[in-house]
Design a protein around this ligand. Sequence first.
Ligand code: SF4
Ligand code: SF4
Length: 143
Amino acid sequence: MTTATSSTLQFACQPGCSKCCEVSGYVYLTEEDVTNVARHLGLSQVEFEARYIYRTRHTRRIRKPRQKSKQCPFLVDGGCSIHPVKPLQCRLFPFWPELVEDRKAWKQTSKWCPGIGQGPLIQIGTALELANQMRRYYPETGE
Ligand code: SF4
Ligand code: SF4
């Protein structure tokens, strides 16, 4: 059995799981996400934004569905309905700065993300590089 050490993290996303799509929070989109998802859905960027995007001054995020129980309009029974083009934020989870840089938060997240503690050991440097992509692409998500 492999065990994570102070210089590694252990993670492998589990087939059939979509728990991270169900927790409360926003899905922020990069410019590239908007282009890719709109094309995938066969919508113009304008149509896609009008239907699915909520804008703030610096960010664009996926509008939440009206049902309180649902967090993301693209979550369906079989999982993410836009899986091939899912936003960078979703692809990078759980390698987000606030989790990678805080062992307590990582451990806390492992209580509901069954992929944490499974699969290969990932060097902390690699995890930090992934987390830095979040900083680079979503510098203003604090708004
Ligand atoms: S909660 Fe964890 S294991 Fe489940 S889909 Fe999300 S990243 Fe994968
Ligand atoms: S876009 Fe897909 S992966 Fe991201 S939260 Fe929505 S359903 Fe989950």
